[in-house]
Ligand binder design. Structure first.
Ligand code: NAD
Length: 490
């Protein structure tokens, strides 16, 4: 079957799988439309069990040699991979924008550099894993971080390049070989990523990409039965399905899931900085797992703070994500747009009042106005469920105990934001909010060395820094009785 390509934002991209160092086609295809303008981008190969079997088999065969290279041997490949990502920054940024509607400027200046850093940072970190020894009275314990084998990596559409490289980097650096299943709503940059890895000399079979629909290709992958790791980022519901497959084959699984994070503003906060940061929650049209979508404001400053947020939000211009003045781009698909609009209509029916927004934007087909709901009961759907659109709720509090209870009053525990200039108070509240990450007087600052993940329904496990290697490695202790070697000279 002839290999297929598409031209997106002037960039020619393969629409096929990447398996065992070559392009593999499928007769089944799925259509990929751009959320920016509804244009047809590509008919992408829709994989299933045959392609997954080929990819896992290729990864299994490539594993021994890749693992045997060790962290130092893998380093030059991964450095070249990171350099290749940087070299194609403009292409990757433009393609990601057309594919998932994220802002072009953000992709160019933040996302693509971060994608390269995801590869490079973990390649460097892997060098520190060697030679870990723990001395005990009778034995010497040699702690080894062995590559685990074949890792399946499954990622969502809201930041495909960033989120995929965040898994690819540590998984490869730890010596694993990979099968990546990109998101069907934004599959294009993962295809480019495979080309860049190939150009960097990464051997055939080390990094495989199987394109396809979650319920087909993704399902075949997680049910393959001979995987060593499954790393998943996506919705809680999908994690529940994948978790059952992982349990059947006893495959370690890491999951980074949805959120409904609190954004707490105390009366002693820098209100200007807090207001700007609240408006920033509309970034990526609210399609951000970490977004602090429940704004919880101390009652005594409600009026003055609301005026500041209203002003900051008025600058969140809705428009074409390729335009540098745009702050809020489109929602990803018609299906997702209808889902977001459904949440908004039900919130209104429950009695919430939209202080601004609350309806589609006067631009394009898939653009929704930044929205703020007040008069929200914490028990309502709009305050409990992840909307994944540009929709915030506004509630007030009068005591720290009250805000901690409301902050913790959902099934999620991914992140939180807190603004206060009183350190003792800030740390007291922060320490009691259930979240994988709690930002104090800042937002979205993510050092790759720190743990990242969610509690409760927001995920299982942590990745980042050493936590990534704990997950992507088989950690082994070789425990040697002291003085038990007769061939030892000294
Ligand atoms: P999703 O769960 O629908 O899909 C995620 C991925 O899983 C896609 O690649 C999809 O094809 C695949 N998939 C779907 N069904 C599958 C199945 N049965 N077996 C195997 N794979 C399957 O999520 P989405 O709509 O793409 O992404 C949005 C969600 O992701 C939101 O809940 C968001 O909060 C979450 N998210 C979390 C983080 C994080 O780091 N915690 C980051 C980004 C997004």
């Amino acid at each position: 079957m002839a290999n297929s390509t598409a031209t997106v934002a002037g960039v020619e991209i393969s629409t096929d799988h990447w398996i065992d160092g070559r392009r593999v086609s499928s007769s089944e295809r799925f259509e990929n439309l751009s959320p920016v303008d509804g244009s047809h981008l590509a008919n992408v190969a829709s994989g299933g069990k045959p392609e997954v079997d080929q990819a896992v088999d290729a990864a299994r065969r490539a594993f021994p040699a890749w693992a045997a290279l060790g962290p130092e041997g893998r380093l030059p490949y991964l450095k070249r991979f990171a350099d290749g990502i940087r070299a194609r920054a403009k292409d990757l940024a433009a393609v990601e924008t057309m594919d998932n509607g994220s802002l072009m400027a953000g992709n160019l200046h933040r996302v693509v550099p971060r994608a390269a850093q995801n590869i490079e940072f973990f390649a460097d970190w892997a060098l520190t894993l060697q030679g870990h020894v723990i001395d005990s009275p009778e034995v010497t314990n040699h702690i080894h971080y062995d590559p685990s084998g074949v890792a399946a990596l499954i990622t969502p559409w809201n930041a495909p390049l960033m989120l995929t490289t965040w898994k690819v980097g540590p998984a490869l650096a730890a010596g694993n070989t990979l099968v990546v299943k990109p998101p069907e709503w934004a599959p294009m940059t993962c295809s480019l990523m495979a080309d860049i890895a190939h150009e960097a000399g990464i051997p055939a079979g080390v990094l495989n990409v199987v394109q396809g629909i979650g319920e087909l290709a993704g399902d075949a992958l997680v049910n393959h039965g001979d995987l060593n790791r499954i790393s998943f980022t996506g919705s809680t519901g999908t994690a529940q399905i994948i978790g059952q497959a992982a349990a059947r084959s006893i495959t370690p699984m890491s999951s980074e899931l949805g959120g409904k994070s609190p954004f707490i503003v105390c009366a002693d906060a820098d209100l200007d900085a807090a207001a700007q940061t609240v408006a920033g929650q509309y970034m990526n049209a609210g399609q951000v797992c970490l977004a602090g979508t429940r704004v919880l404001v101390e009652k005594s400053i409600e009026a003055v703070f609301l005026a500041k947020v209203r002003d900051a939000a008025s600058h969140m211009v809705v428009g074409d994500p390729r335009d540098s003045s745009t702050r809020v781009g489109p929602l990803i698909t018609r299906e997702h747009f209808d889902r977001v609009a459904g949440f908004v209509e039900r919130a209104k029916a429950d009695g919430a009042e939209a202080l601004w927004g609350g309806s589609p934007a006067n631009f394009g087909d898939l653009y929704f106005q930044p929205t703020l709901f007040t008069h929200v009961d914490p028990a309502w759907e709009i305050a409990q469920q992840e909307v994944f659109g540009p929709v915030l709720t506004w509630q007030t509090f009068e005591s720290d105990d009250e805000v901690i209870a409301v902050a913790n009053g959902t099934k999620y525990g991914l992140a939180g934001v807190l603004f206060s200039q009183n350190e003792a108070r800030a740390m007291r509240i922060a320490s009691q909010v259930v979240a994988g990450t709690l930002w104090v007087n800042c937002f979205f600052v993510r050092d790759l060395a720190v743990p990242f993940g969610g509690s409760r329904n927001s995920g299982i496990g942590r990745e980042g820094g050493s936590w990534s290697f704990d997950f992507y490695s088989d950690i082994k202790n070789i425990s040697v009785r002291k003085g038990s070697f007769s061939d030892k000279v000294a």
